[in-house]
Design a protein around this ligand. Sequence first.
Ligand code: TXA
Ligand code: MG
Length: 339
Amino acid sequence: MTQDFPLPQHSRIVETDEDTLAMAAQAIRDGKLVAFPTETVYGLGADAASDRAVASIFDAKDRPQFNPLIVHFADAGQAALEVVFDDRARKLTQAFWPGSLTLVLPRRKDSSISLVASAGLDTLAVRVPDNIIARALIETSGRPIAAPSANRSGTLSPTAALHVELSLRDKVDIILDGGSCAVGIESTIVDLSGETPTLLRPGAIPMEDIAALLGPIALPGNGSAVKAPGMMSRHYAPSIPIRINITPENRQRGEAYLTFGPDAPKRAALNLSRKGDLKEAAGNLFAMLRALDMPGIRGIAVQPIPDVGLGRAINDRLERAALSLEKRALPKSIPDVNA
Ligand code: TXA
Ligand code: MG
């Protein structure tokens, strides 16, 4: 896919074709970092079996080592070599894989996945992405690929190759261009390692769809900080302040107004979905926050978004982006981890 404006010098972005895919697969086997599109957001990938390669993901992102990574597979059979599937996991993967559902499952004792990827936990987060380039890269390299979102820790997730370039620059070896991500918000993470299925991160697959198959899903309680380190902190943040749940009368001067739905004031910076479609809004979220994060804009005010279906994932990202600097200063015992 070609860019319609000049790329930065020494760009790492390549159009994806048979040759660049083969080159990227070789780079994975050589322990290098390859950014690639998934249907949710771009991932920063490395050979999941190599301690060194996985450690370089943490370095490139400035990510705390104890925040584990999702490992991506070409199919469920490949994932089953590394984690233990039970009936619940089989039900969910049959319904949603390939796709935007990540499962946290017990690691197999003989798993070849680096313990650095799972931060030493006895569980592993696994998913099969619904993107042809992502799966081709995994298949061609012959390796499961550990990949967090391809951005510096704590910043907005990338939904286009250029976002990756601007965030990581020369810290990534190759960026496979796959155009804009079809879904645009991260996968839903469900922990099945315990008795009760627990939602660790609302995401692209609505919780309601998962509950329809499994029955009630627990929301992470206070004790979940260790289980889902990325849940705690300021995250997905542009560089200017964000205020959320702001009705039209409560906007402030100098703030850009990010709206939702057909009744939104016409004089607003951007509308996440004029039709009021939560799927469209989720797809636009990161790109619109990014577009409004610019000099001359003092802050971003966001109109209330319905807290159902994909709205939960949107509100989760907005709430974390909106955490103030004071709230961000977490106690020393709970470091500020961002994915
Ligand atoms: O859509 C996505 O999930 C994207 C694409 C690239 O696949 N990936 C992504 O990864 O969002 P990342 O690293 O930005 O977020 C992964 C989250 C983190 O909050 C991490 O704490 C959690 O998954 N996680 C990973 N392994 C875990 C485990 N074993 N137990 C609990 N949480 C885990
Ligand atoms: Mg992330």
